[in-house]
Design a protein around this ligand. Structure first.
Ligand SMILES: NC(=O)c1ccc[n+]([C@@H]2O[C@H](COP(=O)([O-])OP(=O)(O)OC[C@H]3O[C@@H](n4cnc5c(N)ncnc54)[C@H](O)[C@@H]3O)[C@@H](O)[C@H]2O)c1
Length: 320
């Protein structure tokens, strides 16, 4: 893609939430050298000040970048506003209670973004990412294409990594998607997974021996439960999601039209609507430009509909 004159203006990214995910994303963004300005906004101002000081020390060794601790007026002029702010689960708190608390936090954040940037492109990573991205869309009144959830970008990466290990191939040469919820009801799309256009089923038969049902179940579960496994060992996940956010932002800033599994309003595919879920989507300067109707077998369609029902049940409880 050739650079247009607007690409020469330094890009600005505002990050709301400078916890583990927000700061790791800021670090990845700095090292990528793609932006001229990074703003971090968080209710914990003192720690954010420390994060900004630490990141600034890396500037002379990486790329000229203005990194500041800011407030909502600094959403003005941001190419993308990335939300990674949220409360963490208190002992004994249900997921639904946490969802209600995070929705209340978002109800405070979204109007403040809009006051200073009336047509922002918002990328949300806070969990539950699909429901909170839907809430952001509702609360903002923005077109859905400008409100994106990081969705299953991470799960898809994990799926491709697991398949690449199984077949001893570069993960970038394995084409496969996790769709639906970023969470327990996500769907691994085995039916269209392919290597060099060769359906995985045929590839296995001819090249590597069958991927048996047990293999499929094991890989799907490994991908679905990866976050639990990591959190049980180190308390949180942040490196891979930060790179996932970077990948989405890169496709937006450079208008790359990359196909990424991000969360967006499902446009009536498979009888599903009025819910945010991940499907392979074309991401460019305007946000989600198109959602691709990936071919699914009957079991995958049913699983995707179940995933949508789980999300819709949660959305109903929020009375947005
Ligand atoms: N989508 C994904 O693939 C993915 C992966 C990992 C984590 N996450 C999610 O990302 C979110 C952040 O995770 P983390 O590990 O960085 O958590 P964290 O607790 O380290 O950071 C959250 C930050 O939000 C801030 N915050 C809380 N309320 C705020 C408000 N009203 N305004 C501004 N800032 C506020 C907190 O002060 C804190 O710094 C969580 O919801 C987590 O589940 C998503």
């Amino acid at each position: 893609m050739t650079d247009s004159p607007s690409d020469l203006k330094p890009h600005k990214i505002t990050i709301i939430g400078s916890g583990k995910v927000g700061t790791t994303f800021a670090y990845a963004l700095l090292l990528s050298g793609q932006v001229g300005e990074i703003v971090l906004i968080d209710v914990d101002k003192r720690r954010t000040e420390g994060e900004v000081m630490d990141l600034n020390d890396a500037v002379p060794l990486s790329h000229p970048t203005r990194i500041i601790q800011g407030d909502y007026p600094d959403c003005a002029g941001a190419d993308v506003v990335v939300i990674t702010a949220g409360a963490s689960q208190k002992p004994g708190e249900t997921r639904l209670d946490l969802l209600k608390r995070n929705t209340a936090i978002f109800a405070g954040i979204i109007p403040q973004i809009l006051r200073h940037n009336p047509q922002p492109l918002i990328l949300n990573a806070t969990n539950p990412v699909d429901i909170l991205s839907y809430a952001t869309w509702k609360l903002s009144g923005l077109p859905a294409q400008r409100v994106i959830g990081s969705g299953t970008i991470l799960d898809t990466a994990r799926f491709r990594a697991a398949l690449s290990q199984r077949f001893n191939l570069d993960a970038r040469s394995v084409h496969a998607y996790i769709i639906g919820e970023h969470g327990d009801s996500e769907v691994a799309v085995w039916s269209s997974a392919n290597i060099a256009g060769i359906p995985l089923v045929d590839y296995c038969r001819e090249v590597k021996g069958e991927v048996c049902k047990e293999d499929r179940v094991r890989i799907s579960e490994q991908v679905r439960d990866a976050a639990y496994e990591i959190i049980s060992r180190k308390g949180a996940t942040f490196y891979a999601v930060a790179v996932g956010l970077l990948r989405i932002v890169e496709s937006i800033l450079r208008d790359q039209h990359s196909v990424l599994s991000v969360s967006n309003l499902v446009p009536g595919y498979y009888g599903i609507e009025d819910v945010y879920l991940s499907l392979p989507s074309v991401v460019g300067r305007g946000g989600v430009e198109r959602i691709l109707p990936i071919t699914l077998d009957e079991a995958e369609q049913a699983a995707l509909r179940r995933s949508a029902e789980v999300m819709q049940e949660n959305i109903r409880q929020l009375n947005l």
